[in-house]
Design a protein. Structure first.
Length: 193
């Protein structure tokens, strides 16, 4: 993930993910002001084929009003973008602009607490959406990783529900891969080589 956003691969099809994130945004006080269908636009304008890619312009009116009152030209950085996209492998990503990173460009102390509030609300949307995703799949997959001491200098792999997750170079990489795939991990370290 980039240094200007956060998100996750979800276990929903593209249209269901757009619907779910829109519903969860509303629960946090955000309306979707704009919907940019990048896939359709590029097809129409350039005859380019690409997987579904939609940018939702989300706005919390109360927080936007506070931000505009503090810094009138902050509208150049609004609304908060939420990206729902499908990659070449058919995985659906829901990603959120990090308000702290973007609004940090303003360098005004009145905006920092607003950025924190917006980020907290967007993180709530992300978490709420993933609770629903787990329920929709009748429970999460669970990866149990058996790691020998020898494997600590090798490249351990994760296996979940009979599907191998790409090899990882270290434990932080295992955590990153499991987080992207929404798979909790239990690691057992064995002294056996």
């Amino acid at each position: 993930m980039s240094n200007f956003g956060f998100g996750k691969v979800v276990k929903l099809d593209f249209d269901a993910a757009v619907l779910k994130v829109t519903e969860e945004l509303a629960k946090e006080g955000f309306g979707v002001l704009t919907v940019i269908d990048v896939q359709a636009t590029l097809k129409k304008k350039l005859d380019v084929d690409m997987p579904p890619y939609r940018i939702l312009g989300a706005c919390n009116p109360a927080l936007a009003n506070q931000a505009i009152s503090a810094v009138p030209d902050i509208g150049l950085l609004l609304p908060c973008n939420v990206l729902v996209r499908e990659d070449g492998d058919g995985l659906v990503h829901v990603e959120f602009m990090d308000p702290g990173a973007v609004l940090g460009l303003v360098e005004d102390p009145r905006v920092d607490p607003l950025a924190d509030q917006v980020k907290h609300k967007l993180e709530n949307v992300q978490l709420a959406g993933f609770k629903m995703i787990s329920q929709a799949t009748n429970g999460k997959r669970l990866a149990i990783v058996f790691v020998s001491l020898f494997a600590l200098i090798g490249t351990p792999s994760l296996f979940a529900a009979g599907v191998e997750i790409p090899p990882a170079n270290n434990f932080s990489e295992i955590g990153r891969v499991s987080q992207q795939q929404d798979i909790p991990v239990i690691v057992y370290v064995s002294r056996d080589a």
